[in-house]
Structures are given as structure tokens and as C-alpha cells.
Design a binder for this molecule. Structure first.
Ligand code: PLP
Length: 355
């Protein structure tokens, strides 16, 4: 049995992969593959409708918000957000908390004026800046709720008079959020929702169509909304597998239940990192992510040996991102507490061997 601590793409429960593999051969007894049925068929329309219903239900999305399933990844949203929400001559505010936030800033600057309200680049993004002001004339305030690479997470919704825009790629569906606090939420699906290839966008309708900018149709949210995410050929398989995974999440009791599991998983692992003299967490304790746990060894020479021991125990994907080094244990919804306990056991075994 393998436990996959990889940061992505697409860590889903085994039963979801199993059901998805069946549908490649015979989708819903149609005798056809999910990959070949028409995306305009009533069968596939039902898939999109159910996926949207499940997102709406699991995240309690209120009226007045549209839900979109787009292509292009979260990276395309770095550009689509300013193109659709930053008026000609206006200004947007951004918080810089890591690689992905910086990339979002870089793209927004190509569209208009950007105020970076604070950055934690000075400490290799190991904390979340707290003291900053958002310009009163900002069209929106953009932040990244979970910094996948640096292992920090923002749990408290920032207070802002400007509409909030949030990149939730790596923590969406891992904990309760209040969608009504946001103007727009986007997330590449490939952590807690489904396979790479589909990007979830939840947008407050009355924010759109106000920039004075004419956009190529594919970059404009409104035609996608009007076409129910079917403006062009949608990523059918990624949407289908997302639907299966959302059904799984619902059957477990939904976001509130998974949030409690995620709290326990994160606490178990951070407790061991803090207790075990060989290891040290890289993010400041108050901003530690529940999804991506970044840590190093006090003595780096042991790192490869620990990775080898972990691999022997079926624990894969633990090597840290090159910008932080050491280890990164991604403990998304589908990674069970059994996996976390197995990692803790391996850390204790390694400590024993290296006494
Ligand atoms: N934002 C965050 C927080 C991410 O973790 C990632 C990728 O891991 C991205 C954006 C980029 O997503 P994509 O590869 O879908 O463009």
C-alpha cells in the first residue's frame, strides 16, 4: 500500500480512481467511453449539472454567484482575473505570500496598476504578513489562501472593503469557507477536487462587465457563464472525475467532516516535527498550512537516507520543493490519517536508528 504525499497533480481516493477507470470503458451503461460521448449529450450535461450542484452544496455557494469549469489552470486565472475585474485606469491590490502569488501579481501588472500591499519574500515566504492596508480605491484584493510551496495558509478571511479574490487551488474543499465574503474564488482542480485540466471559478455575477475592456471571448467570464461552461469543448474527463470525487466528499459528510480530519492529520504531523529532534518545520507555527507540511532535517546529510526509509515504507512524494528543500508532506483530503501515522512512525524509527 502506497501513501502519496505528493503535492499534485490529483491525489484522489482509490475508489474514485476505480470508478473513473470503469467509465473509460463503459460510461453509465451507454456502451461508450466517457471520453467519447458527446459533450453536448444529455448524459454529459447531467454530469456538468451534478458537478455544479455538488460544488454549490458542499461550499454553500449563495445565489448571485456563478460556478464555472474552465481550462487553462489557475495560471490562466492569474490573467483572467485582472482582465475581467480591473477597470481601465483602475488599481488592484495583491498580497505576496509565495511563488503563485508572485506569478498572479506579474500577470496583473501586464493588465493594469497593481499595489502589492505586503510581501513575505524577505524570509523566503515562511510567514503570512499581517500588518498592511488595502488602498480604498482598489478594484479588488487578491490573495492566495494556501501557499503550496512554502507551507503557509491564511485561515482568517482578510478584512477588505474591496471585493476579495482568492486563489484557493490547494485548500479548496479542505475546510469551511464563507463564499459570500468573496467576489471571486478560483482553484485549479488538481489537489482536492479532481484531475488537472479543469479549473473551478466561483464568481459574483454583479462584479462582471464593468471594466470598459473588450476581451477575446475565451478570456471573458460572461460568455462562459451564458454557455454553462460549454462555450467550447469542456475537459470532460476532469469534470467527470471531479464529480465522482465530490460525491465521495459528500458521502463522508462534506467539508465540515473533512476539515476535522484535516485538523487532526496536520496536528499529528506537526506535533512529531516539533518533538523529534532530527526535524524542524520551515513555516512559522501560527501560519502553518494544513495541506502542505514543509520541514527539513537539522542535519541535512540524513535527508536522502530518510527519504529512502520512507520509500521502503510505501511513503512517496515527500521530497521538498527546490525553493524550500527538505521535505513536503502534502496531506490533502484523500491522504488518510493512516498515511500520516505511517509517516510519523517512519520519523520515529529514523530517530531510533540515528541516536
Ligand atoms: N496557485 C496555487 C496555490 C498552486 O498550488 C498552483 C499549482 O500548484 C497554481 C496556482 C498553478 O496552477 P496551475 O498549474 O493549474 O496553473
Amino acid at each position: 500500500m502506497k501513501h502519496n504525499f505528493g503535492a499534485g497533480p490529483c491525489i484522489l481516493p482509490q475508489e474514485v480512481f476505480q470508478e473513473a477507470s470503469q467509465a473509460i470503458l463503459n460510461f453509465n451503461d451507454t456502451g461508450l467511453s466517457i471520453l467519447e460521448i458527446s459533450h453536448r449529450s444529455k448524459e454529459f450535461e447531467a454530469v456538468v449539472a451534478e458537478t455544479e450542484r455538488l460544488v454549490r452544496e458542499l461550499l454553500a455557494v449563495p445565489q448571485g454567484y456563478s460556478i464555472l469549469f474552465l481550462q487553462g489552470g489557475a495560471s490562466m486565472q492569474f490573467a483572467m482575473v485582472p482582465l475581467n475585474l480591473l477597470p481601465e485606469g483602475g488599481k488592484a491590490a495583491y498580497l505576496d505570500t509565495g511563488t503563485w502569488a508572485s506569478k498572479a501579481i506579474k500577470e496583473a501588472k501586464k493588465v493594469g496598476d497593481v499595489a502589492v500591499v505586503a510581501s513575505s519574500a524577505d524570509a523566503n515566504y515562511n510567514y503570512i504578513p499581517k500588518a498592511y492596508g488595502i488602498p480604498v480605491d482598489a478594484a479588488y484584493f487578491h490573495y492566495t489562501s494556501n501557499n503550496t510551496i512554502f507551507g503557509t495558509e491564511i485561515f482568517e478571511t482578510p478584512i477588505s472593503t474591496a471585493p476579495l479574490v482568492c486563489d484557493m487551488s490547494s485548500d479548496i474543499l479542505s475546510r469551511k469557507i464563507n463564499v459570500a465574503d468573496y467576489g471571486l474564488i478560483y482553484a485549479g482542480a488538481q489537489k482536492n477536487m479532481g484531475p488537472a485540466g479543469v479549473t473551478l471559478v466561483i464568481v459574483k455575477d454583479d462584479l462582471l462587465g464593468k471594466t470598459g475592456r473588450t476581451l477575446p471571448t475565451i478570456f471573458d467570464y460572461q460568455p462562459h457563464i451564458a454557455a454553462g461552461s460549454m462555450y467550447n469543448t469542456p475537459p470532460v474527463f476532469s469534470i467527470y472525475v471531479s464529480m465522482l470525487n465530490l460525491r465521495w466528499l459528500k458521502s463522508k459528510g462534506g467539508v465540515e467532516v473533512i476539515e476535522q480530519e484535516n485538523i487532526i492529520k496536520a496536528r499529528t504531523l506537526y506535533d512529531e516535527i516539533d518533538r523529534n529532534p532530527l526535524f524542524r518545520g520551515t513555516a512559522v507555527p501560527e501560519d502553518r498550512s494544513r495541506m502542505n507540511v514543509t520541514f527539513v532535517m537539522e542535519d541535512k546529510v540524513h535527508e536522502d537516507a530518510f527519504l529512502a526509509l520512507a520509500k521502503e515504507r510505501g511513503l512517496v512524494g515527500l521530497k521538498g520543493h527546490r525553493s524550500v528543500g527538505g521535505f513536503r508532506a502534502s496531506i490533502y483530503n484523500a491522504l488518510s490519517i493512516t498515511g500520516v501515522n505511517a509517516l510519523v512512525d517512519a520519523m520515529q524509527e529514523f530517530e531510533e536508528k540515528n541516536k
